[in-house]
Design a protein around this ligand. Structure first.
Ligand code: GEK
Length: 241
């Protein structure tokens, strides 16, 4: 695993953040040092999935990166006949995902796919994961994707949606931003790295309020939407069809 040093040196031009090879190489270190509770999220996705997975159904990990959620599900999967589809549109991410799947001897259960999640077919799904992925889609594409997920899901299925949200209460929003900056400083990111990364990601990661996410999930056909995890601005929802 490479250390994330992408924004360590002063940059003349800060380009929009993208999931290229440099980011993929540093991804595991980056996500651990940047997302409060990431390991807790991954550790719990498998056990939550195992409650909803049914034999002879599909599970989708959309925007899978290196497949951490897929592997967590694989390790808890109660049915051999479940196929986990790990999908990402970054070639570098999928390459490393495939490597880790084969290292875990999970190739017969996890099918990795280089594709845009807007273009894939979703059917006979008992469980779907969007762990920190929807936030990278333009807002006007989000309803259509979630509707496709709800329509391709069996009646007792569920979705985990994890997002960095924006708080509607401005003082709390400011406080959580400040605490997130402190979290990154405590994880050895310099002020320069933090500010350059913030600039690179500001037009790429588009946050919405918790209420927007909850309402959209209800609108597309989920009957129960519960928060199961929150740390600062990072929230994970369990939406049951
Ligand atoms: C994890 N879920 O470790 N189609 C496919 N993939 C996409 C798209 C798209 N349209 N847009 C973005 N991605 C992972 C972490 S990372 C979150 C998810 C982060 C992919 C993108 O290539 C990247 O791998 C992933 O979504 C977001 O549980 O880096 O903050």
């Amino acid at each position: 695993m490479s250390k994330d040093e992408i924004y360590k040196q002063p940059l003349q031009n800060i380009e929009d953040f993208s999931f290229d090879k440099a980011v993929s190489d540093a991804f595991d270190d980056m996500v651990d040092r940047s997302v409060p509770g990431y390991r807790t999220l991954i550790a719990n996705i498998g056990p939550i999935a195992s409650h909803f997975l049914r034999s002879d159904t599909n599970c989708y990990d959309l925007g899978c990166s290196h497949g951490a959620a897929s592997l967590s599900i694989f390790n808890c999967c109660p049915h051999d006949s479940v196929t986990i589809h790990a999908v990402d549109n970054s070639p570098a991410m999928i390459k490393q995902c495939e490597h880790l799947i084969s290292q875990a001897d999970a190739g017969s259960c996890i099918n990795s796919q280089l594709a845009d999640i807007n273009d894939i077919d979703i059917h006979n799904a008992s469980f779907v994961v969007l762990n920190l992925t929807l936030q990278f889609l333009p807002i006007d594409q989000r309803h259509k994707l979630l509707k496709k997920i709800a329509q391709g899901m069996n009646s007792d299925g569920a979705l985990i949606l994890t997002e960095k949200i924006i708080l509607q209460d401005q003082p709390i929003e400011n406080l959580f931003q400040e605490l997130h900056t402190k979290f990154k400083s405590a994880n050895q990111y310099s002020q320069l790295e933090i500010s350059q990364k913030r600039k690179a990601i500001e037009n790429v990661l588009i946050r919405e309020s918790l209420q927007n996410h909850q309402q959209r999930l209800i609108n597309v056909g989920f009957s129960n939407v519960s928060v199961w995890f929150q740390c600062l601005n990072f929230v994970s929802l369990l939406a049951v069809k």
